[in-house]
Design a binder for this molecule. Sequence first.
Ligand SMILES: Cc1ncc(COP(=O)(O)O)c(C=O)c1O
Length: 361
Amino acid sequence: MTIKLNQPLKPDLITLTKYLSEVNNSGWYTNFGPLHDQLTSRLEEYLGVKNLLLVSNGTLALQVACKVLNINSAITTPFSFVATTSSLLWQGIDTAFSDIDPQTYNLCPTALDDALNEPESNYDGVVATHVYGNPCDVNGIADVANKHSIKTVYDAAHAFGVSIGEQSVLNFGDASTLSFHATKVFHTVEGGAIVFKHRKDYEKAKRLINFGIQADGSLGEPGINAKLNEYQCAVGLTLLDDIEQVIARRAELFRSYRDELKEYVEMPTWHIDTTLNGAYMPIYIADVDSQRKVIEALSKNGIESRRYFTPSLDAVFGEQKKFDCVQSQRVAGGVICLPLHGYMNLNGIKNITQIIKETIK
Ligand SMILES: Cc1ncc(COP(=O)(O)O)c(C=O)c1O
């Protein structure tokens, strides 16, 4: 039997068909249709946010957010999925890397401050990822961003449904971006969203993702097409019905993993005041030989794992400026993600952790 690293949520076909019939009956397939508006309101309510704009994927979400906020140069984290950096580079943003915190694997505010204090440093923004759904030190980053008068974008692709205290993690910074790719905690097959702090930024983004067409139909600013269509919104609306149970289950699996493995491997430290969404299950094994043995032992038992995220992105985009990225390189050298998705159960976690324990001992 194979245990997959991830398994996309399957929408209930009866509910989905009901929504798709509505689309066929109305003949409104895209361009901010009724299901788009329903999904927007339901997500805003569920997530506890305002100014949420649906877009066609999480990569365009980052690009549009930076465009709207006039970010032409940015410091970002080297420890993230490649899209966090490649989206900025594709957008023509002058991008530099500063290091992560060795415990949380998220962008380190002190390293960011040091980078911004360098004599030649002149950046408009910071783009930080809540890696694995673990919130960044949002207060530390806000202090640095305020001190240097730069904008903050959070790549929250992994952080759907996560709160810090009572507050959605999406309510920090000038904008937060989400990915609704099929592998994410919540999805629309492909898709995403941007949550803006200010209504005027949301309104500008809504024009820009529709070719830059103004409310009165006039043209002027160059836009792009990044709209989410009605069929994909139907998937989102269907999956949203059960999202609370899905997240609760994933969080339970995550807690069980961490409990079983705490004496055996290193793991990133989670934010002290956060809710869990169980998006990923990362472990860290410094010794290359033990790392290889664990991956092989899991694979022999039909269990998928992935060295996610490696390599450190400052090594991938070597021509970009980097401040010290020693911690990111160290972490990228030893991190492994274990299977975690809504179709697993606690027995699966027992099996996987038993294999790791036996291999490591
Ligand atoms: C951290 C991060 N940022 C951005 C993206 C890009 O999202 P999408 O695949 O929806 O374009 C992903 C996707 O996996 C991601 O993990």
